[in-house]
Every structure is written in structure tokens, then in C-alpha cells.
Design a protein around this ligand. Structure first.
Ligand SMILES: [Zn+2]
Length: 140
């Protein structure tokens, strides 16, 4: 994992919100892909980098809007109205996309196999679970 990914993981809003969501411990499950038995890992779809990028754009466009709007309202009027309106629009777009991306990531949490990373963990006591267990752990 490189520095950019590590930084994104640290500041991604969905990971911060995650800490306030109660997470009951997961029961042991079996992976239909590789036959691994164990506690699944909670994972989310989407990239931290993209989520963080959207929020960064919001800050950048928001700041640009405040600055250009501020320059005009301090009676200098040197900023074309189109520039101010464009930043205003981009800020609104990011204001919509950032939370949507964060909420989408929180709502798409899935349970992945800690061994092969596939989202194929099923309960141990289900009929299919028993079948997989027998396939991978033949009786001696
Ligand atoms: Zn697996």
C-alpha cells in the first residue's frame, strides 16, 4: 500500500462515519471459493482515493467560490459573473457527489473472505456451507 492510499484511508469520511455505526462481531463463515473457515472481513465497494478526491474538490471549489464572490462583493467587481457562477455550480455538484459517494460506500459494505478476498462467505450451518466444508475437509 503506497502513501497516497494510506493517506486516503486515514481521511476518507466513510471510514470516520464507520466508527459510529455499531458493528456486532461476525460469526464464523465458510468461503465457497476457497473453503476457508473463519470470521469474514468487512469491506466496502469503491475507492478511498475517489471519495477523498470528491471532498477535496468540494473544498477547492467552495474556497474558489467564496474568494471570487468575496472579491466582487468588496466592490472591486473584477471577477466576471460567469466565473463566480461556475464555481458556485461546481461547489453544488461536489456538495451532492461527496455525501452520495460516502453514503453509497457505507451502504455497500460486504463480507469478504480473509484468505481469497472473494465476497463468497456463507453461514457454516447452511446446506451449501456443509457441502463446501465436506468438499474441502474430507473425513479421514
Ligand atoms: Zn476464500
Amino acid at each position: 500500500m503506497n502513501l497516497k492510499d494510506r493517506f486516503s484511508k486515514l481521511i476518507a469520511p466513510s471510514r470516520w462515519l464507520d466508527r459510529f455505526i455499531p458493528k456486532p462481531p461476525l460469526p464464523e463463515k465458510i468461503c465457497t471459493e476457497c473453503g476457508h473457515t473463519g470470521v469474514p472481513e468487512r469491506r466496502r465497494r469503491g475507492e478511498d482515493v475517489i471519495e477523498v478526491g470528491l471532498w477535496c474538490l468540494l473544498v477547492i471549489f467552495g474556497a474558489a467560490y467564496v474568494i471570487t464572490y468575496g472579491i466582487n462583493s468588496w466592490s472591486w467587481k473584477i471577477m466576471p459573473g460567469l466565473v463566480v457562477r461556475t464555481f458556485s455550480l461546481l461547489t453544488k455538484v461536489c456538495l451532492l457527489l461527496g455525501p452520495v459517494c460516502t453514503l453509497w460506500r457505507i451502504s455497500t459494505e460486504y463480507q469478504a473472505c480473509p484468505k481469497c478476498q472473494h465476497p463468497t462467505m456463507i453461514p457454516l450451518d447452511s446446506p451449501r456451507g456443509r457441502q463446501v466444508r465436506e468438499q474441502h475437509q474430507p473425513r479421514q
